[in-house]
Design a protein around this ligand. Structure first.
Ligand code: NDP
Length: 332
């Protein structure tokens, strides 16, 4: 196995390893990712004197910073915004001494301890234990026109970008809870919202479905698929195909993807076992990966529940497992 196996589908350019010849920074407990899993792991690790260092990753605060109101996280009877909750979690982790840094893990070498992790392709960290909490990333359809209009009509985050489409007509792709949530959020801002759903039913929970069906300016287009986006410099419409194979044109300026996520596990794959979808496999009931001393928590290892509360719970497990591991190896 080559030294510093590269991330297979990384968007960032390939690095040279020249910057890695410098001295490595030694860290006891490295946490990669800053969603509810990463920060909860940090809170527990910091309180156990593991001096955790958290690298925030591509989306500091994780996916919750792109969501609207969170109403199902215990302890917030009036709800809380994703951004607020993540700020609170970060402050709580820092209060006990967690060092939170900007930066993205770009390659790893888990062949032996201390584990080597490269940050931003130029900084080398050696960690006794690593907690992977890198979450998952939104999927796109893969259309050429979708790529062309990214940032000018195409978005995977209604709460980030919905504001720009006030009083306009937009579409959301997908029939799950995310799509329903995004559609109802956009319906508050926009003139009209189409939901483009490939099946004849919504996959979302009954409560979310009801919310969609009770919102008058949402039109659900069942059994429709997006063929192409049209427009000159920005999205002006979408061409869809219906169940009969007929072309249907809708006039929209915003096109929001809500069709699921891809686990951010690529850089770890040369060492850490994943399932066919890329979710990291952990020993049931624990956060342990196949590499002793490397733990995984949150959405990168959970394709079933994917909730903030389950991510936080698994972050706690990872910190406790890491603490136990360090103790057993005389490193605590
Ligand atoms: P899901 O995987 O549940 O749903 C994805 C949706 O996108 C499905 O309707 C799927 O269609 C559709 N889809 C996938 N690929 C394509 C494609 N290429 N073209 C068209 N449509 C496509 O993902 P979500 O992000 O909605 O939810 C993930 C998890 O998070 C779920 O467990 C959900 O319950 C949870 N969640 C909970 C929330 C809450 O409780 N407040 C909010 C948001 C999410 P098909 O059905 O045909 O496969």
């Amino acid at each position: 196995m080559s030294f510093f196996k590269k991330m297979e589908n990384l968007d960032t350019p390939q690095s040279s390893n020249s910057a890695l010849t410098g001295e490595a920074e030694k860290v006891k407990c490295l946490i990669i990712g800053s969603g509810p899993a990463g920060y909860t792991a940090a809170i527990y690790a910091a309180r156990a004197n593991l001096s955790p260092v958290v690298y925030e990753g591509i989306q500091p605060g994780g996916q919750l910073t792109t969501t609207t109101e969170i109403e199902n996280f215990p302890g917030y009877p009036s709800g809380v915004t994703g951004t607020e909750m993540m700020e609170d979690l970060k402050k709580q982790a820092q209060r006990f001494g967690t060092e939170v840094r900007f930066g993205i893990a770009t390659s790893v070498d888990f062949s032996k301890r201390p584990f080597k992790v490269v940050i931003d392709e130029n900084k080398l960290i050696e960690a006794q234990v690593v907690i992977i909490a890198t979450g998952a990333t939104a999927k796109y359809l893969g259309l050429e026109s979708e790529e062309k209009f990214k940032g000018s009509g195409v978005s995977a985050c209604a709460t980030c970008d919905g504001f720009f489409y006030r009083k306009q007509d937009v579409a959301v792709v997908g029939g799950g809870d995310t799509a329903c949530e995004e559609a109802t959020y956009l319906a508050n801002l926009c003139n009209k919202v189409y939901m483009i759903v490939r099946k004849p039913f919504l996959r979302a929970s009954k409560a979310m479905q009801e919310r969609v069906f009770n919102t008058p300016n949402i039109t659900v287009l069942f059994e429709h698929q997006t063929k192409e986006l049209i427009g000159k410099d920005a999205v002006e419409g979408a061409l869809l195909t219906n169940a009969k194979g007929e072309l249907v044109k809708i006039d929209i300026t915003g096109f929001f993807l809500a069709i699921g996520h891809h686990p951010n596990s690529d850089i770890f794959k040369p060492y850490v076992n994943t399932d066919e979808a890329g979710y990291i496999i952990t020993k049931p009931g624990t956060s342990q990966t196949n590499i002793p001393g490397v733990f995984a928590c949150g959405d990168v290892q959970d394709k079933n529940y994917r909730q903030a509360i389950t991510a936080a719970g698994s972050g706690c497990m990872a910190a406790l497992d890491a603490e136990r591991f360090l103790g057993e190896h005389g490193l605590a």
